[in-house]
Design a protein around this ligand. Structure first.
Ligand code: CA
Length: 248
């Protein structure tokens, strides 16, 4: 797996996505210069930025302000990033807020743990502000409710695209925004194998194949959450994933 920090600072990396309404991003980072750098770049891109400088303040701010996305450093005083994350995922006010974790380069385990804990994405320090911005925009683009969208049903699954709510056999089930998008994407293309790289590009916005672990980790968690219905998702070895057709 390569790092995320080497996207060239050129105009070719400029995203095609501009937020319509002003999204609010909470940055939880104790290192002031990093928080300022991220904040400056997000503001310049049209986001409203909130900052918290330790884990306790980060948790409180998230619960109170309910931002659209949280950039969460793992190494924090007071309460570490995992502690903050667990707290926010336990609370109904914050359970659906996408989280991008900031991890240290040396701590490969951090990335894996973060993904297994259910983080939507991670960025490894040192990173370019532009790379983080692309990650933020990719997540908001895919989690934004689509006006006028209707429910989508496939087999036992029902997706409420407006509210990002998910049901199995009419029972509400808890999915993260990434899991929701991933399963919906596969269900809308049932019977057709989706290429791994296409999934990484579409769901996460990755432009290369260096993030296979991200896909597999999310898929594993998603199947666990679907319990017996996890078998709807088929692994096509060496290619990608496919959801079975409803009539099969
Ligand atoms: Ca830190």
């Amino acid at each position: 797996m390569t790092e995320l920090s080497h996207v060239a600072d050129s105009d070719t990396a400029r995203p095609d996505y501009l937020p319509l309404a002003m999204h609010r991003i909470l940055i939880v980072e104790d290192e002031q210069d990093i928080a300022d750098l991220i904040g400056f770049n997000l503001q310049r891109a049209g986001f409203e930025v909130l900052k918290a400088h330790d884990g306790i303040e980060g948790t409180e701010t998230a619960l109170r302000e309910r931002p659209d996305l949280i950039v969460l450093d793992l190494m924090l005083p007071g309460r570490d990033g995992y502690g903050v994350f667990r707290e926010l995922r336990r609370d109904s006010r914050t359970v659906g807020i996408p989280v991008i974790m900031l991890t240290a380069r040396a701590q490969t385990e951090d990335r894996i743990q973060g993904l297994e804990a259910g983080a939507d994405d991670y960025v490894t320090k040192p990173f370019s502000p532009k790379e983080l911005l692309l990650r933020v925009q990719a997540i908001l683009k895919r989690t934004d409710a689509t006006p006028g969208a209707v429910d989508f049903t496939h087999g036992p699954f029902r997706f409420d695209k407006n509210a990002l709510k998910f049901y199995i056999e009419q029972q509400p089930a808890e999915l993260t925004s990434t899991e929701f998008k991933l399963l919906l994407y596969l269900c809308e293309r049932a019977g057709k194998t989706q290429d791994r790289n296409d999934l990484l590009r579409t769901i996460w916005g990755y432009s290369d194949a260096a993030h296979s672990r991200t896909l597999d980790t999310h898929m594993k968690r998603l199947r666990q959450k679907l319990e017996s219905h996890g078998s709807w998702i088929e692994t096509v070895r060496g290619v990608g994933y496919r959801v079975a057709r409803a009539e099969e």
